[in-house]
Design a protein around this ligand. Structure first.
Ligand code: ATP
Length: 310
């Protein structure tokens, strides 16, 4: 859906992105990960032409992005950023409706869309739609920013550190929301972060950048279990890579069907990391496993956690 071929971009003669090639497929949740200054924001901003690439080719749905008018491109690609960038003198409703208004949707359709998005992002529409950005908390403002990015039903959602500067609880809630939106609406999402855990929990594919180049790209499991070099191992942290791997796999993958154990059960959909925590806190080596309806499925044994398969 979005393809970069040998793309470079420099500022005052210094390369921020160097000969980078990347293919982002429709429906994928791509997380661009890297330390500060590695080129993440430059990369995402070139995709919607907030920055122009110096050389190489970037295509969207098969066409070079320079063949689109920038405003058309941006209507098809929602964009949410850490600093939110809401218009301060516009109500929440008007901010969310920016793109639908540009697209000249009828007022009743815009009204319904705003209500729908506010509900989706757990903002009480009756309470907040007429408020101004300064009357909202930081987390609520970020929700409005995400709602605005989604409003015109764009094919692609570009997000640059959208959950930065949030407390861990609000951050986790918004991450869950985005993961749900990705699954429910089959959106193509490109998200920039330097937060390793955020990348591991959200991405279908991680692209790790260093000094404007891709060091490795792959699924979270591939990045942890088959790092391409020492840089990748160090980046993800050698010491707790096992714990991170447990976070990526579910109890269902280690289920001993039909066996029985006593005590409070663990959900089959829980991660092995959550199961580890339960084993340790309850000081047991077997846990009963149930599905979402509470039906008994079998057992997980502590020793099953040692079987770390990619
Ligand atoms: N407008 C600009 N003018 C000059 N240099 C720039 C500009 N924007 C980015 N750079 C430089 O390009 C490099 C990559 O910057 P970029 O913002 O893409 O990194 P990043 O990975 O997003 O960093 P961070 O996580 O800190 O936001 C950096 O060396 C930065 O100083």
């Amino acid at each position: 859906m979005i393809e970069l071929q040998h793309v470079s971009k420099g500022f005052n003669g210094v390369k921020a992105i160097e000969d980078l090639s990347l293919n982002i497929a429709r429906g994928e949740f791509t997380v661009i990960l890297g330390s500060s200054g590695s080129g993440k924001s430059t990369l995402i901003k070139m995709i919607n032409r907030l920055l122009e690439h110096d050389s190489g080719r970037i295509t969207f749905a098969g066409d070079e992005i320079r063949s689109f008018r920038p405003e058309d491109l941006r209507r098809r690609m929602g964009y949410a950023i850490q600093s939110v960038g809401l218009f301060p003198h516009w109500s929440v409703e008007k901010n969310i409706a920016t793109v639908p208004t540009l697209l000249k949707w009828p007022p009743s359709r815009i009204h319904d869309r705003v209500t729908e998005l506010m509900t989706l992002l757990q903002l009480d529409a009756t309470l907040y739609r007429k408020r101004y950005p300064h009357q909202l908390s930081g987390g609520q403002q970020q929700r409005v920013g995400v709602a605005r990015a989604l409003a015109g039903n764009p094919e692609v959602l570009l997000m640059d550190e959208p959950f930065g500067a949030l407390d861990p609880v609000t951050r986790a809630a918004l991450q869950l929301e985005i993961a749900r939106i990705h699954k429910a609406f089959d959106k193509t999402i490109v998200l920039v972060t330097h937060d390793i855990d955020e990348a591991l929990s959200l991405a279908t594919r991680i692209v790790l950048l260093d000094q404007g180049r891709i060091v490795q790209s792959g699924t979270p499991l591939q990045m942890l279990s088959s790092p391409a070099n020492d840089f990748v191992s160090d980046f993800f942290g050698r010491s707790d890579v096992g714990i991170k791997l447990l976070g990526l796999q579910s109890v269902a993958t280690r289920l001993r069907a039909g066996e029985h154990a006593a005590g409070a059960p663990v959900l089959a959909s829980s991660s092995l990391r959550e199961a580890l925590s339960m084993f340790l806190s309850r000081r047991v080596d077997r846990l009963p496993v149930v599905d979402g309806d509470g039906q008994a499925l079998g057992v997980i044994d502590f020793s099953d956690l040692l079987d770390l398969r990619p």
